[in-house]
Ligand binder design. Structure first.
Ligand code: SF4
Length: 325
């Protein structure tokens, strides 16, 4: 049972779980915040049996909401067992995918589940720009078709757009495309300095003023559409501000990475819990303690002066204060 309060310590279990079932996908996207790819699956990812067991434990704990990211969760062979286990126990689901494998049969199967929303990445208004941003990932046509299929089944479907120097000129036109596809929302925000995007930061990141202008153009374009147009959701913070905010007020959420380790946040390399070896309760307590540790506070403080430290985001470091507690 979950007892809500004001601080993360007041919750007996997470309210929200983000789960990366795999780090594998077909893409080699230069702005990927996870450094995922065809050869990037982790050697020790949870097996089908272990993943279903974790799903059952999340449902047993009364967790109401699980969001799947990746890699591409929909390309994991046991994803349907995991989704059905959770949905059958009343857990709402969010899925982030490139749409590559969402054919009619998959869309029909998703329509049977308790879906809160599905996010499809479309990183430009033209096939050429999308392909430049997302080499190896779902094609522009595949991504657009996935949005249409999901909306035809009345599934809440959001278009996610990552702004870089490669595609910023098509930001407002990509919003128009999302509207044409019938998307429920258009989700964007400043480029995150994580993963491959961090490696290629100087080549990819728009200047802050360029991003501000694109965001304003998006607001103007969205306002020009009618009420049925996609909701415009622009995330307000860059990743440095996000981790500072989380340190001051940690959320009652955990991130499960592909090998079952429990991380604080995708932007931070700390993984204080392990659902392969610990109960959910013990992993949750480790998560709570880690947020209050000096080690995590010091790392976040150092990131302010040296954002290149965020290149470690996808690693899984222990937190000494939790190990010795
Ligand atoms: S952005 Fe998505 S499709 Fe592209 S490399 Fe990352 S996880 Fe794969």
């Amino acid at each position: 049972m979950i007892f809500p309060g004001n601080a993360v310590e007041h919750f007996s279990a997470p309210l929200f779980v983000a789960w990366q079932l795999t780090n594998r996908c077909t893409g080699r996207c230069p702005a990927c915040c996870e450094e995922s790819g065809p050869d990037k699956g982790w050697a020790d990812e949870l097996t089908a049996g272990e993943a279903v067991d974790v799903a059952q434990r999340l449902a047993d704990a009364g967790i109401p909401y699980v969001a799947f990211g990746g890699g591409d969760p929909m390309q994991v062979p046991h994803v349907w067992d995991v989704l059905r286990t959770l949905s059958g126990r009343g857990v709402s689901l969010k899925i982030e995918t490139d749409g590559r494998v969402l054919d009619d049969a998959a869309a029909d199967a998703l329509a049977e589940l308790r879906i809160d929303n599905i996010q499809i990445s479309i990183d430009g208004a033209s096939a050429a720009t999308h392909a430049r941003m997302r080499p190896g990932s779902a094609s522009f046509d595949q991504a657009c078709a996935a949005v249409r299929r999901l909306r035809a089944r009345d599934l809440p479907t959001e278009v996610v757009y990552v702004p870089t120097r490669l595609n910023l000129h098509e930001a407002a036109a990509t919003y128009d495309l999302a509207a044409e596809l019938g998307a429920s929302a258009f989700v964007t925000g400043p480029l995150m300095r994580l993963g491959r995007a961090a490696e290629a930061w100087s080549a990819l990141a728009p200047e802050p003023a360029e991003w501000d202008a694109a965001a304003q153009a998006l607001r103007t374009r969205a306002a020009a559409h009618d009420a049925a147009a996609p909701r415009l959701n622009i995330y307000p913070w860059d990743i440095e501000a996000e981790i500072q905010q989380r340190l001051e007020s940690p959320q009652a959420m955990i991130l499960i990475v592909p090998n079952g380790r429990v991380k604080l946040l995708n932007a931070l390399p700390f993984a204080p819990g392990d659902l392969r070896t610990q109960s959910l309760e013990d992993a949750w307590h480790a998560y709570q303690r880690a947020w209050r540790s000096q080690t995590v506070a010091d790392f976040i403080a150092r990131c302010r002066d040296n954002p290149e430290l965020l290149q470690h985001a996808n690693e899984t470091w222990p937190v000494p204060e939790v190990e010795t507690a």
